[in-house]
Design a protein around this ligand. Structure first.
Ligand code: GDP
Ligand code: GDP
Length: 434
């Protein structure tokens, strides 16, 4: 199940300000590590323990006024089809405009939850001004000030009430693999080559409402479900809408999968959008495999692959324990490696390290390199265990967990990777009071 919250509304009402507020804690972390500026219009957010992806639709609109009015209308359509919850933002300082009315018209036709948010309610005295928005006929008005954060808690309480408490267990024990990537990198070609059939389906703008399609793969000793994004295409005059739509589909497929195959075109390398998807996969605790396709089109010598790999790793740091495969779908080069590797990653993601083995290996390492003492206090790690969960999580029990800093956590993570093979898998390491 994908929990996607789309923020829609005309320009300048404050969509990106709200987006930044809802995702700010995570943004800071990501930006510290990756040296590249990324277009960040979607990001994982977290409220009272419930995780969801927020999309700022405004980030997908550029260009002249008439283009963007059309783009905005199209995006509201896409948001209605693809998002789980819609936040419709308006500006209390300007009141209702024609475009607001048009958007409201579209939103009245959906049965999905829509929250009308009156933004820029910076002072209590503006509260009653927002009453005019009841005219939309879309129910309650949430008064917020995205700039200060006031009112956003109430809004989030309402938004997350739509999401289940616990991620319900999936009915299938089979690995789920999604091939994602920008348009034209070769996703459909790869899917077709693996399945041995052509499954190009083109849908019109009106589109069919379908969640990601699962294709059963059972060949050459491997069985899994392919989460298909490649088969569905949307025609539109507006390129931003194609991008927006493809991002929506990608997020859904990603959330529905165990292993994400991030496909790149060797001619373009890894770019902002790819890195964004990579981090989304990492934050959602998905296995990741990077596939550099169209390798046949690259002029190369015996160093090219290594250089390519180094450049990618630099950009995906700090999570670099990720396999990279160079393929050519047209020349059927290393295609089957993709399947094998994806299955290995699934094994790595789901394996359980016996507690005795874990302690035997890790306690010796920790003894030789204990966490640095702080203010004369010695930190003693006594015991480690893998926690139950859908991705690897480890707890290390100690006397003063609050004194263990990020570099040491990273050291422990690296040692776990070195000794137990978690290639392609995000792992979590916690220090807890024993
Ligand atoms: P978007 O085009 O809808 O994404 O709007 P932006 O987030 O870029 O905001 C447009 C302008 O409104 C910017 O100048 C923001 O600083 C301002 N703004 C956003 N939220 C608030 C708010 O809560 N109060 C006030 N006074 N200004 C805000
Ligand atoms: P998608 O949009 O990611 O699904 O990409 P497609 O599978 O539709 O491929 C886009 C274009 O790239 C098509 O013309 C493919 O024939 C071509 N293509 C796909 N894989 C390769 C490859 O490995 N090498 C070369 N040279 N072209 C490829």
């Amino acid at each position: 199940m994908a929990n996607i919250v789309a923020i829609v509304g005309r320009p300048n009402v404050g969509k990106s300000t709200l987006f930044n507020r809802l995702t700010e804690s995570r943004k800071a972390i990501v930006d510290d590590f990756s040296g590249v500026t990324r277009d960040r219009h979607y990001e994982v957010a977290d409220w009272i323990g419930k995780k969801f992806t927020v999309i700022d639709t405004g980030g997908f609109v550029h260009g002249s006024d008439d283009v963007f009015e059309e783009a905005i209308r199209d995006q509201v359509h896409i948001a209605i089809e693809e998002a789980s919850v819609i936040i419709f933002m308006v500006d209390v300082t300007t009141g209702i405009t024609d475009l607001d009315d048009e958007i409201a018209d579209l939103l009245r036709r959906t049965s999905k939850p829509v929250y009308v948010v009156a933004n820029k309610v910076d002072h209590a005295k503006l509260h009653h001004d927002s009453a005019e928005f009841y005219a939309f006929g879309l129910g309650e008005i949430y008064n917020v000030s995205s700039a200060t954060g006031s009112g956003t808690g109430e809004l989030l309480d309402a938004v997350v009430s739509n999401f289940p408490d616990e991620e319900e267990e999936d009915e299938t024990p089979l690995p789920k693999v999604a091939i994602v990537g920008r348009p034209n990198v070769g996703k459909s070609s790869m899917t077709n080559a693996l399945l041995g059939v052509d499954r190009n389906i083109v849908t019109d703008v009106a589109g069919t409402t379908r969640d990601s399609i699962r294709i059963h793969y059972n060949q050459f000793g491997h069985e899994f479900l392919m989460i298909d994004t490649a088969g569905l295409r949307r025609k539109s005059k507006v390129s931003e809408d194609i991008e927006f739509y493809s991002v929506m589909r990608t997020i859904k497929a990603l959330e529905d999968s165990d292993v994400v195959v991030l496909m790149l075109d060797a001619n373009d390398g890894i770019e902002g959008q790819d890195i964004n998807i990579f981090h989304l996969a990492e934050k959602n605790k998905k296995g990741v495999l990077i596939v550099v396709n169209k390798w046949d089109t690259i002029e190369k010598d015996n160093k090219t692959m290594k250089e390519f790999e180094a450049r990618i790793k630099e950009k995906i740091a700090p999570f670099t324990d990720v396999p990279i495969i160079f393929t050519s779908v047209t020349e059927k080069q290393r295609i089957f490696r993709v399947v094998e590797k994806a299955m290995e990653i699934f094994q790595n993601k789901t394996k359980k390290i016996p507690t005795s083995k874990l302690n035997e290996v890790m306690l010796e390492i920790i003894e030789n390199y204990p966490p640095p003492s702080i203010k004369g206090k010695y930190i003693k790690i006594k015991y480690a265990t893998q926690l139950p969960g859908r991705s690897p999580m480890f707890a290390f029990f100690c006397n003063l967990p609050q004194y263990i800093k990020e570099p040491y956590r990273r050291f422990v993570e690296n040692k776990l990777r070195e000794h137990f093979d978690f290639n392609g898998v995000p792992i979590q390491v916690f220090f807890r009071q024993k």
